[in-house]
Design a protein around this ligand. Sequence first.
Ligand SMILES: [Cu+2]
Length: 170
Amino acid sequence: MFRMKTVLAAGAAALFALPAFADDIMINDAYARASGMNAMAGAAFFQIMNNGDEDDRLIAAKSDVAKRVELHTHKENAEGVMQMIEVEEGFPVAAGGMHALQRGGDHVMFMGLNQPFEDGSTISVTLVFEKAGEMTVEIPVDLKRNPMGGGMQHGKMKDGQMEQDTTPSN
Ligand SMILES: [Cu+2]
């Protein structure tokens, strides 16, 4: 298994995206979407695996595709409406654990897109981890993916992250 700081997470064949590595961090099944060609915002979703023996944390994301890039999650407000809020402390990934960013839950938010998210294109995003540092991933834009992601990788996870699947999609 090879590891390097910057890897192409996916080529043209998004369905067979290769995982990207930064030290002990692995990014799997990444995709990005926007709600239409004229959308002002977009989001990216992926699974973070921590294969190391130290807890780590995704603390920021950067990209040229948008004026602002934030780490977001969905939370129900007092009226029972799901809202997106910024998660300033980022997303922890325990040693040997996994954290899933997915529709209706945690996500990387792109606000003020500098370019439209075209289906089949890729966007370059730099993820900043507290310990593993920065890693740049090429994330395929997939506007056709259904809200719950589908696919075999969305089976039951032992750490309970998949419970977010019951929340509405964004
Ligand atoms: Cu958001």
